[in-house]
Design a protein around this ligand. Structure first.
Ligand code: ATP
Length: 338
């Protein structure tokens, strides 16, 4: 275990009769970017607030760098927080917003230097005299980031910091935030419900559902080896295909496969092993994938009553003539069946 990190140990929390978190155990490695990912209401924000000290857990401990900080007030933890709403002081300039938390902690000259340094870091040099209302949403969030980082926090906690921004700005800021994290080597924990955000930014993803951890691992790990149908479905696109698995003594009633591991097989005239064959009823273009509504065929190639939807990667589907009424076959790459 990384002793320099943050250890969340058997944390539970209820609000009245509602259990928001159940025995959460996870280690946040020092200097890395961890995302808490899960659907709305799964308890991500509650966990982040407990780490920040803004909320008390009913059970469990938070250990930081070997020290039990469970009962420590937020101000004593030296953790920075950035929220979805930028929470800047509207009546203070950019410069004064960033300098706010530094007052009394260092001499004035040094504060000025630090503010300048922070503005440069987040790419906002030249905006020091402006007020928050004179900045775009993305710029305001960068000021909020600069303000939090100026205090040199041991851990930076981010609660959906990018979700209020439009897609283009969000993309750019994702990249900038990740770069900043790597450059400064700050430990960051970010709450998000956006799987793409977690996949592109995190060193470690903690997937949560109903107050529990479903899986914890690297982005590649949770994508390639999801531990449950929930994780497979929540992260990335996936096909669940009704099936009886007769080999390997498994008794699964469905198999799971990602769109990029399905290819079109143009040579098969009748269904054969390793193929899913049927008649195309409907095709929907979805950008990076196509959704094919397929009426399954029996072993003789006759249509059955079963219909399934298959998502396949665009690359494989783009040049196909989908209006053809003949039998269409899809090959599942057996190495990637989950
Ligand atoms: P979202 O992405 O929608 O913010 P979340 O995963 O961050 O969701 P939390 O905000 O942690 O979820 O909330 C988890 C559950 O606990 C929710 O059902 C919420 O209604 C409940 N909850 C959170 N705070 C309180 C509170 N102070 N009092 C009562 N219930 C609460």
């Amino acid at each position: 275990m990384n002793s320099g990190g943050l250890v969340i140990e058997s944390i539970s929390k209820s609000f009245g009769t509602y259990t928001a978190l159940q025995h959460i155990n996870v280690t946040i490695p020092k200097g890395k970017f961890t995302c808490l990912l899960g659907p709305s209401g799964c308890g991500k924000t509650t966990l982040l607030r407990i780490v920040a000290g803004l909320e008390q857990s009913d059970q469990g401990r938070i250990i930081h760098e070997g020290q039990d900080i469970t009962g420590l007030r937020p101000a004593k933890r030296n953790f920075g927080i950035v929220f979805q709403s930028y929470a800047l002081f509207p009546n203070l300039t950019v410069k004064d917003n960033i300098a706010y938390g530094l007052k009394g902690k260092m001499p004035r000259k040094q504060i000025q230097e630090r503010v300048r340094e922070m503005l440069e870091l987040v790419g906002l040099a030249g905006t020091e005299a402006r007020y928050p209302a004179q900045l775009s949403g993305g710029q305001q969030q960068r000021v909020a980031l600069a303000r939090a980082i100026a205090l040199s926090p041991d851990v930076l906690l981010l609660d959906e910091p990018l979700s209020a921004l439009d897609a283009k700005v969000r993309d750019k800021l994702r990249h900038q935030l990740r770069e900043l994290q790597q450059k400064l080597g700050i430990t960051m924990i970010m709450v998000t419900h956006d799987q793409e955000e977690a996949l592109t930014m995190a060193d470690q993803i903690v997937v949560m559902d109903h107050g529990r951890i479903m899986q914890c691992g690297t982005p590649q790990n949770v994508y390639d080896q999801p531990s449950s149908p929930f994780v497979a479905d929540f992260i990335g696109a996936i096909n669940f295909i009704p099936a009886e698995v007769i080999k390997q003594n498994k008794d699964n009633k469905q198999l799971a496969i990602r769109p990029e591991h399905i290819s079109l097989d143009t040579t098969a005239a009748v269904p054969e092993e390793g193929l899913i064959s049927g008649y195309v009823q409907h095709v929907e273009f979805r950008g990076t994938s196509y959704r094919i509504d397929l009426q399954l065929a029996d072993v003789q190639g006759r249509p059955t009553d079963y219909r399934i939807a298959i998502d396949i990667a665009s690359e494989a589907a783009r040049r196909k003539d989908w209006t053809s009424p003949s039998l269409m076959s899809f090959r599942l790459n057996p190495e990637h069946i989950l």
